[in-house]
Write a protein that binds this ligand. Structure first.
Ligand code: NAD
Length: 366
């Protein structure tokens, strides 16, 4: 990576949360929904996933102003068979619909031992680990497959030179009684699309072997994912990541009845479909056995001597928690371009600049 153009702005989480919630309220969401959105977006930044944090707010608000993202929070039941549920999110805010649909699936998993939720037609669900963490906090194992169909294809299949899928994320969260869960949560592209946005706005290049330009040639320039003619992200793990991304398409879009990417032309908004499988671990193998096995395995993994260049082995979910602790104390860094867009969005919604500055706790310029 090269040096960014302008220094980042650091905003403390409580300030960022207050400003984010105020923007959503001004744009028409209820106070409860605006706070759910702020909870999710600020936690993404704190976790180090700036690609899925408050930098998305200007785009969400623009999409809402076009009438494509709805301000309500209604879950429409398409099918309800107890442990099996199909819910339509009505193109409402993913940060709210994801929360409410996961809460419903948690109730069903507690009642039946398992719940399979097909959530369709929802605006961007953001950091999928958020939903895994919600289920894990309720003591449940959660597996999530997501397909993204409302924007042009972004990821080339293994062996291909043009994009055919989106970044279809996959997540598994595994609760650990009395302590933090294991949370594996990633895009099936080598890097998340939003990370190319952050790099592009910061004016930096991305690492090798992540991107193809519109002619299918390797490039480090993130603008190929944001300006026409578009290039493609490569799948992580070569044929294996491509296979998992394709399965996300089939499980979230095909099995759930939401639809897959071929033939879609409604580009311009981020439509997410998610298949969630929630399992009560106490029911399958027994509460004692699963907890003991989990801790035994984690201890075994931790006992690995560190490789050159590493201080120690970490388990999935740990880097995010470490960063949360640091960023909660020091403030979350936001690139100057994204920060300017957030401030402009707040002002355009009628929040006086002085009020934005007071909420943010930093200078927001004249
Ligand atoms: P990433 O490449 O940063 O990988 C994150 C995962 O790897 C986490 O589980 C993390 O704990 C683990 N990890 C990272 N470093 C580790 C280490 N040293 N040791 C052990 N584990 C480690 O994630 P990404 O692919 O950039 O995805 C970022 C976010 O984007 C995710 O939250 C994903 O859900 C989200 N996303 C959302 C959409 C959508 O449309 N909603 C699409 C794509 C991605």
């Amino acid at each position: 990576m090269t040096t960014p153009r302008t220094p980042d702005v650091h905003v403390l989480p409580a300030n960022l949360h207050a400003l984010t919630a105020a923007i959503f309220e001004r744009a028409g969401w209820t106070s409860r929904d605006a706070h759910l959105a702020a909870d999710h977006l600020v936690l993404s930044n704190l976790s180090g996933h700036d690609s899925h944090g408050v930098g998305m707010v200007p785009r969400y608000i623009q999409t809402a102003q076009k009438g494509l993202l709805k301000t309500g929070h209604e879950l429409t039941t398409v099918m309800d068979a107890g442990a099996l549920l199909t819910i339509d999110g009505g193109m409402q805010l993913g940060q709210v619909i994801g929360h409410d649909a996961t809460a419903l699936a948690i109730d069903r998993a507690r009642a039946h031992g398992v719940a399979v939720l097909a959530l369709r037609n929802t605006h961007h669900l953001g950091r999928i680990g958020h939903w895994g963490e919600q289920a894990a906090a309720a003591g449940l194992v959660a597996i999530h497959y997501v397909n993204v169909i409302g924007r042009p294809p972004l990821v080339a299949p293994w062996g291909g030179s043009r994009a055919r899928f989106s970044t279809n994320p996959f997540c598994v969260a595994f609760p650990r009684p009395g302590t933090d869960p294991v949370v594996l949560d990633f895009a099936t592209s080598r890097i998340a699309h939003g990370k190319t946005r952050v790099a592009w706005k910061r004016g930096v290049q991305v690492a090798d072997d992540n991107l193809l330009d519109s002619e299918g040639r390797a490039t480090n320039d993130p603008s190929v994912m944001w300006t026409d003619p578009l290039g493609a992200l490569l799948p992580f793990g070569d044929h294996k990541g491509f296979g998992l991304g394709m399965l996300c398409e089939l499980l979230a879009g095909g099995l759930g009845g939401a639809g897959t990417i071929p033939g879609r032309t409604d580009w311009g908004l981020i439509v997410n479909n998610m298949l969630s499988i929630l399992v009560d671990p106490a029911k399958l193998g027994g509460a004692g056995s699963y907890a003991a096995e989990t801790e035994k395995l984690i201890e075994w993994v931790y006992s690995t001597p560190a490789a050159e260049g590493f201080d120690r082995v970490r388990i999935p979910g740990e880097p995010e928690r470490e960063l949360r602790a640091k960023r909660t104390a020091a403030g979350t860094p936001l690139d100057a371009t994204s920060w300017g867009e957030i401030v402009a969005t707040a002002v355009s919604l009628g929040i006086p600049r002085a009020e934005v500055a007071a909420m943010a706790g930093v200078d927001v310029g004249g």
